[in-house]
Design a protein around this ligand. Structure first.
Ligand code: ZN
Length: 344
């Protein structure tokens, strides 16, 4: 645990994960963050394609693009989509709330708050054994203009890895996607296994996949694209080219690329709180006063995928704690929807 964060929380709220009887403070219980995966399968599928979004929480183009495909009709092929691999970081809108998750695939401590999610992700990959895995990111800048930037690129760990010709597929995707993209893509080879320039990539998801015999690529939109729609479009345009290679056909894919906003659900979630033994529903800002020592449980959050409740100013890894007062933020991924302020 980040000690600084803990101290800050204790001094402001007197919050503690321990349960004490006859405590005058309020007791809060939040749901565990879900790890969701979605399987889309048509009647005729030759290849299995796996899409991983949200390893980095502040890369919204990546996880929103992965999420968008979940509602689509698949006419050919097969997809397994994990849009929000690191939901805690998505809700915090930071790269890694508990450190960089994309450095934890070779080794992760059991005490790491990300442990559960990294292990779920690894076992999903090993059980599904896709023909190809695509790790989706929004990188900094524009790779064709700046050698050190990762934004707008297809990234490979090596030109070739064992019997995988990574370069030829990545180059096909880059060249064909560039026909449609206003911000052109570059191709980055990190030479993960043949040089020491990017040793850290051995700990990343794609490096781990290759070492486990799974072909993997990384695709990056740019964080500096002007709008979320532009980022989503970049991802979907790259995926459309990968889908050609792996015989996947999505109904309305072109329409989705043209106007991703039309396919996004922006509705406000409804949250159900159980305060002591009664259930209350909220769908907009609210201030509530409760008796001392009350127990407040977040029972459900009903809204578009990515909707969740977060305790503001409290460690997001905690699921239960005491506090004298609390503001609960209702969010859809990075986006704040409304707040419930609770005090006794
Ligand atoms: Zn990233």
């Amino acid at each position: 645990m980040d000690r600084r964060k803990f101290l800050k929380v204790s001094s402001i709220f007197g919050a503690t994960p321990l349960f004490a009887k006859n405590d005058n403070r309020l007791f809060f219980k939040f749901p565990k963050k879900p790890f969701e995966y979605y399987h889309l399968k048509s009647k005729n599928s030759k290849f299995k394609v796996m899409l991983i979004g949200g390893i980095h929480g502040n890369e919204m183009g990546a996880y929103k693009a992965a999420d968008l495909l979940i509602n689509s009709d698949i006419e050919k092929g097969e997809l397994l989509i994990i849009p929000r691999s690191n939901f805690t970081s998505i809700l915090a809108d930071v790269r890694g709330y508990n450190g960089d998750m994309n450095r934890k695939f070779a080794y992760i401590s059991k005490k790491d708050p990300d442990y559960h999610y990294v292990e779920l992700l690894k076992s999903a990959i090993l059980e599904y054994r896709p023909d190809v895995l695509i790790s989706m990111h929004d990188g900094y800048g524009f790779s064709i203009r700046n050698k050190r930037a990762w934004g707008q690129s297809v990234v490979i760990d090596e030109l070739r890895y064992k019997n995988f010709n990574l370069f030829s597929e990545a180059n096909f995707v880059k060249n064909h996607a560039n026909i449609y993209l206003p911000y052109k893509l570059g191709l980055i080879n990190t030479k993960t296994f043949t040089s020491h320039i990017h040793d850290e990539q051995k700990k990343a998801l794609t490096g781990w996949c290759l070492e486990h015999g799974i072909k993997a690529f990384c695709i990056e939109a740019s964080k500096q694209l002007p709008t979320l729609s532009e980022k989503v479009k970049t991802h979907l345009t790259m995926l459309r080219e990968f889908f050609k290679l792996y015989d996947v056909k999505i109904k309305d894919m072109d329409e989705m690329i043209k106007n991703p906003k039309k396919f996004m659900d922006d509705s406000t979630p409804v949250v159900e709180l159980k305060i002591n033994s009664r259930i209350y529903k909220y769908r907009a800002d609210k201030k509530i006063k409760v008796p001392k020592g009350s127990e407040i449980v977040i029972k459900s959050i009903n809204g578009p995928r990515g909707s969740f409740a977060v305790p503001i100013g409290v460690n997001l890894n905690w699921t239960s704690f005491h506090a004298r007062y609390l503001t609960i933020g209702i969010k859809n991924d990075f986006e704040k929807k409304f707040k419930i302020k609770i005090r006794s």
